[in-house]
Design a protein. Structure first.
Length: 261
């Protein structure tokens, strides 16, 4: 592995981006750096103000993965016209939507359903170490030949059958992730929901975090609180991209005002 650095957009937060619930294979170290995986890339990332120090390989990959070339300021200008979003951007505006692999994201968010983050991380780690190659996330083909019995050490519980169903559908082409990437949002959502264990919320997460569909809008209990409290007439249509706005709101209410009524 090599050591290199990348310039960061002003205001970017590596910690918020990696810890805001959109990925699960990064571990924060005592010195504030992060060690983990993005697809088949293993690295150590450390932010020093507006510079990202990387021990790994392929600088271009990390520019794309962290979405560093996108101009988020143009969206924040739109969000500033909304009182709630303006407050969220002030606290959480350093977040960027990662460009993750669709397959890994699909399985990760199947595992995330009705689960907590430490347990999600544990299941994914056991899945990768037990069935992937050299710590990589296992491929659809590697998982499709497994059984509930062989996957038992992963301790995924009832989600095991969902993991197997997804792997088999992707491996045999029943679910074509390349085609989903180019479908209209509603059609893509319906295709994902043909997999056992994928409901509307998980489908939206997969579309936003795995396919970088910034028009996707996952609604969980935290976002329901925001909508009820701040947008009783519905989320404003003029706010776009909705997926980026959702991520700011999600992190804001979860971290900065979780106990408000």
């Amino acid at each position: 592995m090599d050591n290199f650095s990348l310039p960061l957009p002003h205001g970017f937060s590596l910690r918020d981006t990696l810890m805001c619930g959109q990925c699960f294979r990064w571990e924060e170290q005592p010195d504030g750096s992060f060690v983990g995986w993005a697809g088949d890339h293993y690295a150590t990332l450390c932010q020093q103000e507006d510079t990202l120090l990387i021990t790994g390989s392929d600088p271009d990959f990390w520019m794309e993965y962290l979405d560093l070339q996108e101009d988020y300021d143009r969206w924040k200008t739109v969000f500033a016209a909304d009182q709630t979003l303006s407050a969220a951007v002030e606290k959480c505006g350093g977040i960027r939507i990662l460009r993750q692999q669709p397959w890994e994201t699909l399985i990760s968010f199947i595992i995330s359903a009705n689960n907590n983050i430490p347990r999600i991380r544990g299941i994914i780690d056991r899945l990768c170490n037990g069935f992937g190659t050299d710590g990589n996330f296992p491929t659809p083909q590697q998982l499709s030949v497994q059984t509930p019995e062989t996957l038992a050490p992963v301790r995924a519980g009832f989600r095991t059958k969902y993991i197997l169903d997804a792997a088999q559908k992707v491996a045999d082409g029943t679910l074509n992730l390349d085609e989903i990437a180019h479908m209209p949002l509603e059609e893509a959502r319906k295709q994902l929901m043909t997999v056992k264990g994928i409901g509307p919320k998980v489908a939206e997460c997969i579309l936003l975090y795995g396919f970088h569909r910034l028009d996707a809008f996952p609604v969980d209990t935290w976002i329901k609180k925001v909508l009820c409290r701040c947008y009783p007439d519905g989320f404003p249509a003029w706010i776009a991209p909705k997926g980026v706005a959702q991520q700011y709101l999600f992190h804001y209410i979860r971290i900065y005002c979780p106990k408000e009524d």
